[in-house]
Ligand binder design. Sequence first.
Ligand code: INI
Length: 160
Amino acid sequence: MRTYEGNFDARDLRVAVVVSRFNETISKQLLEGALDSLRRHGANDDNLSVTWVPGAYELPLAAERIAGSGTVDAVVCLGAVIRGETAHFEYVAGGAANGIAEVSLRTGVPVAFGVLTTETTEQAANRAGGKMGNKGAEAATVAIEMANLLAALPKPDEKI
Ligand code: INI
């Protein structure tokens, strides 16, 4: 029996982080967590990029351009959609979540979902380096594992 698993070695990985400026204080903390995780797993700064977009709704388009360019092994999308501050929470959060999932499937590049969807700013802060950890760091770790898993898995049409 063959078992496939991704490891957490980011030494040779090219990773793009796409981050939304809306709720910037939170986003910056998610970004810090993501970069810290990538570096702790051995990523080289020369192989990392950070792209800012206006809001979470814009994450999928930028992620698609980057993932489709063939220059990265994984993308990490970061942002915070806070219900208390938006009547169109569902549309923004749902658009970001569905869009990011579609980009990943369309391009075959892992795109990690590091977008907080919370009721309050406090709940978001707790998940951006507060008492609930840092979801940006978690998303970056997932991106590393998935990039390495996909490298190990058979390619489309590849017979093993
Ligand atoms: N974008 C966010 O990333 N988080 C939010 O909480 C948010 N709110 O509150 O509306 C938000 N809106 C902007 C949205 O992402 C788009 O930038 C905008 O709709 C233009 O397309």
